[in-house]
Design a protein around this ligand. Sequence first.
Ligand SMILES: NC(=O)c1ccc[n+]([C@@H]2O[C@H](COP(=O)([O-])OP(=O)(O)OC[C@H]3O[C@@H](n4cnc5c(N)ncnc54)[C@H](OP(=O)(O)O)[C@@H]3O)[C@@H](O)[C@H]2O)c1
Length: 219
Amino acid sequence: MKAVLFGATGMVGQGVLLECLRDDAVTHVLSVGRSASGRRDTKLTEIVRDDFLDYSDIAPQLAGYNACFFCLGVSSVGMDAERYRHLTYDITLAAARTLARFNPQMAFVYVTGAGTDSTEQGRVMWARVKGKTENDLLKLPFRAAYMFRPAAIQPLHGVRSKTAWVQAIYVATAPLLSWLVRVAPKYVTTTVQMGRAMIRVARDGYPKPVLESEDINSL
Ligand SMILES: NC(=O)c1ccc[n+]([C@@H]2O[C@H](COP(=O)([O-])OP(=O)(O)OC[C@H]3O[C@@H](n4cnc5c(N)ncnc54)[C@H](OP(=O)(O)O)[C@@H]3O)[C@@H](O)[C@H]2O)c1
């Protein structure tokens, strides 16, 4: 499997990158981000860029992949709706439309979140935006598309959130999360499990396009 990874510097993306580098099923990873991941590996190539809306300058480099793990994303806390929509919907769909054009055999895996609103009509802004993003991704001509909706995620193997307050919460709740991963898989997964499950669905498929925490943990 040759995979494109967005968001490799973030909490989820760091975990997914580690799993891709450990898994022999993944032969090559192309990371696209606004800063380098800091990892060196013979399987890893990185493109660092500022423009996440127009990929025409690097289009040939984005062809020939059969998986995309899209982990780029932000928290809506303290962000106005227009900015959140830009960072969530516009950036994700711009990348996905480009990848779909050059990689019809690709499985696109998007990290969204528990509580995402597929109706796009609910009261919660972030949930509507994520819902529209999911819905429009599912219309693109990929081989397959999967929406991962984790609730809490325990960071493992030194993975850290880029968002300071999220990192602080995960540090403070680390012992509790370790316990909850075991007793409440409906609500908690890990960065390791996220990475493994993404690789698994991209390679083998999954019976439904939207995966909640429990589905992710079952893979
Ligand atoms: N963490 C959780 O517990 C959790 C739970 C459920 C769902 N999620 C979802 O998972 C996704 C990833 O979350 P995370 O926790 O990994 O976030 P994070 O640690 O804050 O990382 C965010 C990632 O997105 C990139 N990014 C942010 N803004 C960008 C921009 N304007 N242009 C280019 N890249 C940008 C960051 O790149 P830089 O390194 O350059 O900043 C980083 O790679 C989000 O959609 C989030 O809603 C997370």
